[in-house]
Design a protein around this ligand. Structure first.
Ligand code: IMP
Length: 188
């Protein structure tokens, strides 16, 4: 695919992403097998993908997890300026109850931490048996709400805007097979 002129640099190419996602899948599988061994078939974990950015990551991740796993999706929108805490709105809720279920929240990128902090409270209140957080990218420069991530694909300390492999800017670039930083002047 021809690289768009707004792309500053590729941070992780397709091969690096695939290797890391397979490692994460293996690590998550080991942990669930160890902790849930005899209940895995009776009460499989639910991989909860946050729409829309995590769809591609979740599809690859669950195929790297050779254990019973269900999928569900939530969508949370944030309204507000970048510099101010946005107001979060639940746009799409889970289809099934999470009471007594083991949840693996799958997020594309954690930025301020607001979304995952909000979700942790909400899903705990609904009686989830356990909640683990898996983020493809942990972008720490603007963190406001501390979140404990159980599984992280890649860490980024700079405050760059990333696109590709599900991540978008104004709904563009989700289909790039790599993850890249956009040129700052392309982000308005
Ligand atoms: P948080 O609540 O500030 O952690 O926001 C997380 C959400 O913001 C992610 O699920 C993305 O939808 C979006 N986001 C934050 N940083 C980026 C980025 O660099 N590229 C694309 N989306 C981003």
């Amino acid at each position: 695919m021809k690289q768009a002129p707004e792309i500053l640099k590729v941070l992780w190419d397709e091969a690096a992403i695939q290797v890391r996602v397979r490692e994460l899948g293996a690590q998550i599988t080991r942990d669930y097998e160890r902790n849930l061994s005899e209940t895995l078939t009776r009460n499989p974990p639910i991989a909860v993908g946050l729409l829309r950015g995590a769809v591609i990551f979740l599809s690859d991740l669950i195929r790297a997890m050779p254990i019973p796993v269900e999928c569900d999706f939530m969508q949370i929108a944030s309204y507000g300026k970048d510099s101010k805490p946005g107001t979060l709105q639940l746009v799409r809720d889970l289809q099934n109850s999470v009471c007594e279920r083991h949840l693996l929240i799958v997020e594309d990128i954690v930025d301020t931490g607001q979304t995952l902090g909000h979700l942790a409270q909400k899903l705990t209140a609904r009686g989830a048996a356990s909640i683990r957080f898996c983020a493809l990218i942990d972008k720490t420069a603007r963190r406001r709400t501390p979140v404990e991530l159980d599984y992280v694909g890649f860490r980024l300390q700079e405050d760059a805007f990333l696109v590709g492999y599900g991540l978008d800017y104004a709904e563009k670039y989700r289909n790039l097979p790599y993850i890249a930083a956009l040129k700052p002047e392309a982000v308005i």
